[in-house]
Design a protein around this ligand. Structure first.
Ligand SMILES: [Zn+2]
Length: 124
């Protein structure tokens, strides 16, 4: 995460706007990024919570098959996900600007391809 983003998030927090911090991974160990996380909002510019989309998919799979079949790997592959959009608000004014991902793959950076994400991870 860039220093500019941290400074911007801090300014918002100081003004009373809510900043949602999404942990690096969910309770099952799935990495959380803007691509693989659902952000709940108040219907306005404030994020109110997050859910791991991989967990939602796994729960739905297990409910459907009653846990009798393992979920196929492609169900959880990040290429099968799309980012949520913030179409109601102009850039810098919507809820996407008030979410911080500890994984570093948040809305402030363009959605990287899985290959680019692997490069960034390997370089870290
Ligand atoms: Zn998960």
């Amino acid at each position: 995460m860039s220093a500019e983003t941290n400074a911007r998030a801090r300014r918002r927090a100081e003004k009373g706007a809510k900043v949602l911090v999404v942990p690096f991974q969910c309770g099952r160990g799935h990495e959380l990024s803007a691509r693989t996380t659902f952000i709940a909002t108040d219907g306005g510019p404030n994020p109110t919570g997050w859910r791991c989309v991989r967990c939602v998919r796994l729960d739905a799979w297990n409910a459907h098959y009653r846990g009798s079949e393992s979920a196929p790997a492609e169900l959880l592959d990040e290429t099968q996900f799309n980012r949520q959009t913030n179409s109601k608000f102009s850039p810098g004014r919507g809820w996407t600007d008030r979410v911080r991902f500890l994984s570093g793959f948040g809305y402030e950076v363009p959605d990287p391809t899985p290959a680019r994400r692997r490069e960034l991870r390997d370089a870290a």
